[in-house]
Structure formats: structure tokens, C-alpha cells
Write a protein that binds this ligand. Sequence first.
Ligand SMILES: [Zn+2]
Length: 168
Amino acid sequence: MDPLTAKVLKPELNPLFLTFETIYRIEFPLYIKEIKFDEEARKVDIFIEYHKKATFPCACGQTGQKIHSRVPRVWRGLDIANCQARLHLEVPRIKCANCGVKTYHAPWAREHSHFSRLFEERALFLAEYMPPSKVALFVGVNESQILRLLEQRGKTPKRLSPKSDEGA
Ligand SMILES: [Zn+2]
């Protein structure tokens, strides 16, 4: 990212943080550390962080699990003012007394998805009205990613209507 064109927003300076935390259900101990706007590249990067000594619950119900390791991950979020948004987090892996090492499940995305839930909902909505190639173009991802999403959700891709020669 070009430091000359990128604007870095800090939490104490901008109410946008609260808005994004609400939209993406980012709750304690997670918080948005920084948002970077790159006007030229039309990208918004949202960096999510947690306190070093934070503990996390396990899916089995055990609470207060300590962090075992971290895995960097990026999710595509909903576009903001026509800029592609990405959520960044070093996902904590916890060591549960019952289940062993488990990866924390981020609330803004389905498990194993590279998209936020909001992004998926938008893409699925568009896919009801246009073929996957158009959806991909509209939201800025590959057609194969849209096809995979539709398949995961048990949806049938909409086909292009055959071109009519009438009136040509
Ligand atoms: Zn567990």
C-alpha cells in the first residue's frame, strides 16, 4: 500500500470503528485496531486485534481458554463507498482442556469461508437476478468463487437468457 495515498484511521479518532464493530459483530476481547483507506487502490483494510492476555471460549462450552497459537487470515467484507473491504485477523487457536487445540470461529464469517456473512448474503442476493459471471464482476471476485458459494448454499446458478435476434 502506498503510504502517500493510504489514510490510516485510529480508533480514538473515528466513530466508524463502532459502526464496523457493530456490523461485523466484533465483540470483546476483539476490537478494531486500525482501518486503512487506500483511495487509489479503492481498498479498505480493517485490522482486528485482541488483547495479548485475552482468553476465548471453546465451541464445547469451556470458557477462558488461553491462546495456543495464531493463524493470519483475511476475509472479504462488504464494499464501502465502492472500495473493496477486507477484514484481517490473526485468528487465535486455543488449547481446550476437553477438545485439544481448536481454532476460534470468527463471528462475521461461516467456518472455512473467505467471505464475511454480509458479503455472502449480498452475492447470493445478486445471484438470484444475474448469472455468476456478472455477480463476480459486480462484487470483484472470480466466477469460480461465486459458483462455489452457490454450491455450498445449495443454490442453482442463474443462466444467461439466450440472445434474441429479433429487432437486430
Ligand atoms: Zn472444547
